[in-house]
Each structure stands twice: as structure tokens, then as C-alpha cells.
Design a protein around this ligand. Structure first.
Ligand code: ATR
Length: 277
């Protein structure tokens, strides 16, 4: 590609209408005064391989990947980063001159950076983390917590087998806790994370007893619609430091933007507003 062409990036998913990534990257492109575009693209699973071959030829330097393609892109990539491989999914692709692409996963990075920015006193090494849920998002969170030096990660999930599989995959610092004992697990943790979709607008509420939440704990939710979930409201009322899920979405976008457009962007209040707006 000649240096005069305008770099293009975007997000592929099916459906794609709900993605906030175009607003997010669009805000950075505009405020940094960069030439470039970020576009949402609906790609049917049957057309994934073909789309990934065509996009570099059209001037794309990379894309974000969302449901349902996050696992399938690993098979098509020429290189998969260690963290994407451990998580078993990618969210950020970097296209190369020869038409191949690298697959990375920045969800865990986004998770940790959100905590570092919004709960700066949280010390990963100080105590165990309690995770609610054992799906794809939980996997990214677990990888990032282990990497950050959390001594123990406890996982509780409605479907016990999924929590046990996750624990098995990550060795003896990760343990599965019966869903019936989730409440006790929450009370014992330094960090509590909801990675389930419960609490999201139009979804049921989390039905776990939260009486054990107390001052000194950090509580975060990956749900960001609404920003203040019932879990976070309750945690705040019980004296915990709370961090909403929007920051994870914003921070996970940073490494891709930097690779594609050459500048490391900042996560600001204005970015939050632009992304939600
Ligand atoms: P993601 O990739 O976003 O994590 P997922 O893999 O579908 O999505 O996982 C969703 C998580 O929310 C799972 O932990 C799921 O629990 P199960 O493994 O038992 O399905 C959890 N979840 C969804 N609806 C739930 C509900 N009504 N009660 C309890 N947990 C629920």
C-alpha cells in the first residue's frame, strides 16, 4: 500500500449494529486529527475467510472481531499471540503486506487497565479474585489476573462443569466453586468480577446473595448497559470500590488503534461520552 492511502480499520461481526467500536475509534480519529476511517461490517460466518482475504486488498490495516467470529479467526490467522491462544479467541487482527494476518486478544489487557485506571489502589497480589461466570469473557479475565500476579482465582458458574474446565486449563491457582457457594466466595475475595450477562438491560438480575460484600473489596462488572448494575450499586452501598464495565471496552481498543494508526490513544471522560452517545 502506498503511504498516501488512507488507512482503514473496522469491526466485523454478525450482527454488528450494536457495536460501539465505531463511535469509540471514531472519537480518537477525530480528536487526534488522524486520516483514517473505522467502519462496522456485517460478515456472515459463511463469508468470514473470504472477507479476511478481501479486506487488506481494500486498504484495511486491521479489524476488531466480535461475535460470532472470535474463535473462528484463530484457524485462519498466520500467527496467534500467546494470550489469544490461551483465551481461545481473538478480538484484534493486524493485516500484513502479504495478505496474512496476526490475531491478538486485548480483552484481558482492557480488563486490567480499566482496574488500574479506576481502582488505582487495587494491588493484584493482595488477595484472591472471585469470578462469576465461566464463558469467553471469564477466560480473558482469568488469563489477565494470573498474569497480573493474583495469587488465587476462584470461579463460580451456573454450569459447574464449565467452571471446572476453566480451572483445569489454568492449573492450581484457579479453583472452581460450587454455584451454591458463590456468596461465600464473594465475601472472601479482594476482587469480585461479574463476567456473566446477568444484570444487563433486558437480562435477568444476578441472583447471588451479596450480603458478604464489604469495604476493602473492589467490585467490577463487565456489563456496561446499564453502567451502574445492581451488583455495582449494592457493592457501593456496602463500602466497596466499584468499577463499571465501560472502561474495559475502551481500554481493549487501545492496542489495536495504536497498531493501525500509529498513536497510543488515551481513555478519557470524553471518550466514554462519545462511545455511549
Ligand atoms: P461470554 O463470551 O460473554 O462470556 P458466554 O460464553 O455465553 O458469553 O457466557 C455467558 C456466561 O453467563 C456464562 O457463565 C453463563 O453461565 P452458563 O455457563 O451456566 O450458561 C452465564 N449466564 C448466562 N445466563 C445466566 C443465568 N440466567 N444464570 C446464571 N448464569 C448465566
Amino acid at each position: 500500500m502506498s503511504h498516501e492511502s488512507i488507512p482503514l480499520a473496522g469491526v466485523i461481526g454478525f450482527p454488528i449494529i450494536h457495536s460501539r467500536s465505531p463511535q469509540l475509534h471514531g472519537h480518537w480519529l477525530k480528536t487526534l486529527g488522524l486520516r483514517g476511517h473505522y467502519v462496522p461490517m456485517e460478515v456472515h460466518p459463511d463469508n468470514l475467510a473470504e472477507a479476511l482475504q478481501a479486506l487488506p486488498k481494500l486498504g484495511f490495516v486491521g479489524v476488531n472481531v466480535t461475535m460470532p467470529h472470535k474463535e473462528a479467526v484463530l484457524e485462519l490467522a498466520s500467527h496467534v499471540t500467546d494470550r489469544a491462544s490461551l483465551i481461545g479467541a481473538a478480538n484484534t487482527l493486524i493485516f500484513r503486506e502479504d495478505g496474512t494476518f496476526h490475531a491478538d486478544n486485548t480483552d484481558g489487557y482492557g480488563f486490567i487497565e480499566n482496574l488500574r485506571q479506576n481502582a488505582p489502589d487495587w494491588d493484584p497480589q493482595v488477595g484472591p479474585a472471585a469470578i462469576l461466570g465461566a464463558g469467553g469473557a471469564a477466560r480473558a479475565v482469568v488469563v489477565s489476573l494470573l498474569d497480573a500476579g493474583v495469587p488465587e482465582v476462584m470461579i463460580s458458574n451456573r454450569t459447574q462443569l464449565r467452571a471446572e474446565r476453566l480451572a483445569q486449563d489454568f492449573g492450581n491457582r484457579v479453583t472452581a466453586v460450587d454455584w451454591g457457594h458463590a456468596s461465600r466466595m464473594i465475601g472472601e475475595a479482594a476482587l469480585v468480577v461479574n463476567t456473566t450477562s446477568l444484570g444487563m438491560a433486558d437480562k435477568p438480575e444476578l441472583k447471588v446473595n451479596l450480603d458478604g460484600l464489604h469495604a476493602g473489596q473492589v467490585v467490577t462488572d463487565i456489563v456496561y448497559n446499564p453502567l451502574k448494575t445492581k451488583l455495582l450499586a449494592r457493592a457501593e452501598a456496602q463500602g466497596c470500590v466499584t468499577v463499571d464495565g465501560l472502561g474495559m471496552l475502551l481500554h481493549q481498543a487501545v492496542p489495536g488503534f495504536e497498531r493501525w494508526f500509529g498513536i497510543k490513544p488515551k481513555v478519557t471522560e470524553a471518550l466514554r461520552d462519545a462511545t455511549l452517545g
